[in-house]
Each structure stands twice: as structure tokens, then as C-alpha cells.
Design a protein around this ligand. Structure first.
Ligand code: CDT
Length: 361
């Protein structure tokens, strides 16, 4: 059983690279230039990990009904053997720049993996690129896809067509270790095998979520059960949307945005606390061709406090130096899972997706 005793300080400087709007007419070169400039700022401030938003390279295209031909331009064509994402022509400059600066990046993109039967396999994905190994060491495909397959027909209805354009992620929630972020991390070659001794002393344990996933405690808990220390989560969250019927909601746009921000913060702060992990939550924000996205980029502490948050709705780097050892108060006490969890009572969580109410009286 992990004891989290006598853990050393594990300091690392991390950054959330909030991005302002990416409009339909913005060129890929212009977007990459903005992203590389955020990386330069991160290097100046000593950050070793930079997290970018969901679908960072393009506008949030699931708000539009697109033909297959129109859709193709938003995807990175990926094939595990010959074209991993970091070699994709459209995005390679970002990975090259991260490598030159010695910075790890986590970045969201639309993934298209051609299959042998030629049917498309599209996902809303993100990868973690390790500057030390010059490789992708983590990949995640968004599990919780919001929205609908078919567009709403009412005039003025807000569209969210992620279920139409993407398959639900099929990789689960795989935590992984990122080398090179903290000094003196315990390695396999040190020969120690007892988890009671090694827990909290290896290279940092990372998990990735994408946007809507952050609202699902199950996703965080699966990472929590792998000892996650940093959750990276990029998002594009609409600040104000009409009802599916096209009618206005019963509050002002300002009130609606305030409530969206509240739900975002509750989700990230609550789940960081309940899984004793830091989280780096990163918005694409501002109005994309008139469609408002909420801000709220923030780095959250394992005790649930916001350590640092964005002040604008533009490209902005939010930087914090964190001590991963701060995770162990929760992991070793209130949320010492092995001591306190009762999985024999949690069966319903994996047995059913929807609500089944008790019989009527
Ligand atoms: N991109 C994305 O997942 N957006 C969703 C909108 C859902 S409607 C509240 C989100 O959860 O932010």
C-alpha cells in the first residue's frame, strides 16, 4: 500500500497556454506562430510543461454543419507507423519548437486515422510530447462527447456536433509518467519495488482529459486510482448558448456565462481535491467568428484552491511553480483510497449508464 511517507520536495514550473479565438479565416501558419510565441514566453519563465487547449490548431468546428470535404481540413491525418502527429506537416513546427526549447507540451487536435478498410476513424484527441525523449509519451481520445449527431432544426438553435464528427475515445484513461520534469526521480534501475517505498518518488504521473470529460468524476477517479499528480485538460466551452429549440435561455448572456464559469470551476476544483492532484485547465476563449467561448484558464492545487488564473480572454500564459509533494497530504490521508474506498458498493457505476429510479410507492 502506498504510504507517501518522507516524500521529498518535487518542484516543477508548469504553464497553461490559454488561446484567444481562432477564426475560420485564420491561417494555420498564424495559429502556429501564436502557439510558438506562448512557448517562448514559457521558456523565459522556466516552465517545463505547457498545456494547450482542446482542438488548439483550428476554430471549434463542431459548431458548424460541414460536408465531408469541408471537414477534412480540420483533421491531422495520423497513422501510428508512418505519420505520428508530431510529423504531421500542419503541426510539426510546434513540436520542433518545443524540442528546441526543452519544453514538454500537451496539445489537443482532431485526429484522423485512416484504416485498412478505408473507413475513417476520427477522434477528438490530445497528446503529451516529452522534450527529453523527443517522443509522444501519452495519448488520449476524448471519451465524453457532448452534443448531437444530427443538427437541431429550429432556427437559431446552437449546434454542438461532436457526436457527429468524432467517435468516443477508445483508449480509456491511461496515466503515464513524464521524464525530466522533477529532479532526482526514482527509476526502475534503482531496484526498489515496494510501492510503499516508491509511491510519490518516481517521475510525475500525468493524466489527460478533454473539455466535457472534466464534468465526469468517474474520469478523474480512474486517473486518481493510478496515482495521478497532474491532470491536463484543454477545453472550448461555449459561454452563452440558445436552447435546442432556438429560444433564448431565461437569463442574460452575462448571467449565463457566470454560471458556465461556476460549473467549470466546481468541476476542476472539486475533482482536483477529491483525487489529490494538481490540474492545469486551459481554455480557447473569446469570440470565434462571433461565437463566445468562456475563459477560466487556471492551475488548481490538490487542496482545491486556484493557484493562478488567466486575467484576459486572449492568448495568455498562466505560469506556476508547483510542488508535487503537495498531493500526498490528500493521497495519504482523507483520500487514501486503499484504506477508505468501498468498491463493493460502487457496482452501479459501471453496470449502467443512465438513471434507474426506485419503484414508485
Ligand atoms: N467542447 C466541449 O466538450 N464542450 C462542452 C459543452 C457542453 S454544453 C455544457 C463542455 O462541456 O464544455
Amino acid at each position: 500500500m502506498a504510504s507517501y511517507q518522507d516524500n521529498p520536495q518535487r518542484m516543477v514550473t508548469v504553464a497553461a497556454a490559454q488561446m484567444g479565438p481562432v477564426h475560420l479565416a485564420d491561417s494555420r501558419e498564424a495559429v502556429l506562430k501564436r502557439m510558438c510565441s506562448l512557448l517562448d514566453q514559457a521558456a523565459d519563465q522556466g516552465a517545463l510543461l505547457v498545456v494547450f487547449p482542446e482542438l488548439a490548431f483550428t476554430t471549434f468546428f463542431p459548431r458548424y454543419l460541414l460536408t465531408p470535404e469541408e471537414l477534412a481540413r480540420y483533421f491531422e491525418v495520423e497513422d501510428a507507423q508512418s505519420h505520428p502527429i508530431e510529423h504531421s506537416r500542419n503541426v510539426k513546427p510546434l513540436f520542433d519548437h518545443a524540442r528546441r526549447l526543452g519544453i514538454d507540451i500537451c496539445v489537443g487536435y482532431a485526429e484522423r486515422s485512416p484504416q485498412t478498410n478505408d473507413s475513417h476513424n476520427d477522434y477528438n484527441s490530445c497528446v503529451y510530447y516529452s522534450a527529453q525523449t523527443q517522443k509522444i509519451v501519452g495519448k488520449y481520445r476524448k471519451v465524453h462527447l457532448p452534443g448531437a449527431v444530427n443538427p437541431y432544426t429550429a432556427p437559431g438553435a446552437f449546434q454542438q456536433l461532436e457526436k457527429r464528427y468524432f467517435r468516443a475515445g477508445d483508449l480509456g484513461f491511461p496515466a503515464f509518467r513524464a521524464p525530466g520534469l522533477v529532479q532526482g526521480a526514482l527509476k526502475k534501475e534503482n531496484g526498489l519495488k515496494d510501492p510503499a517505498v516508491t509511491a510519490g518518488k518516481g517521475d510525475p504521473i500525468i493524466g489527460m482529459l478533454i473539455c466535457n470529460d472534466r464534468r465526469w468524476p468517474e474520469a478523474w477517479r480512474v486517473y486518481g486510482l493510478q496515482g495521478v499528480e497532474i491532470v491536463c485538460c484543454g477545453y472550448n466551452t461555449t459561454a452563452f448558448a440558445t436552447k435546442d429549440s432556438g429560444e433564448m435561455v431565461d437569463m442574460s448572456p452575462e448571467e449565463a456565462e457566470e454560471e458556465v464559469l461556476l460549473h467549470h470551476k466546481l468541476s476542476c476544483q472539486g475533482n482536483s481535491y477529491m483525487n489529490s492532484c494538481f490540474s492545469i485547465n486551459v481554455a480557447k476563449t473569446g469570440a470565434e467568428d462571433g461565437n463566445p467561448l468562456v475563459g477560466g484558464t487556471m492551475i488548481v492545487h490538490p487542496n482545491g484552491h486556484i493557484i493562478k488564473e488567466a486575467e484576459t480572454k486572449e492568448d495568455e500564459l498562466v505560469v506556476a511553480t508547483i510542488n508535487l509533494a503537495d498531493c500526498y497530504r490528500g493521497k495519504g490521508k482523507t483520500f487514501a483510497f486503499a484504506r477508505h474506498r468501498r468498491p463493493e458498493h460502487y457496482g452501479v457505476i459501471v453496470e449502467r449508464a443512465g438513471v434507474v429510479e426506485p419503484d414508485l410507492l
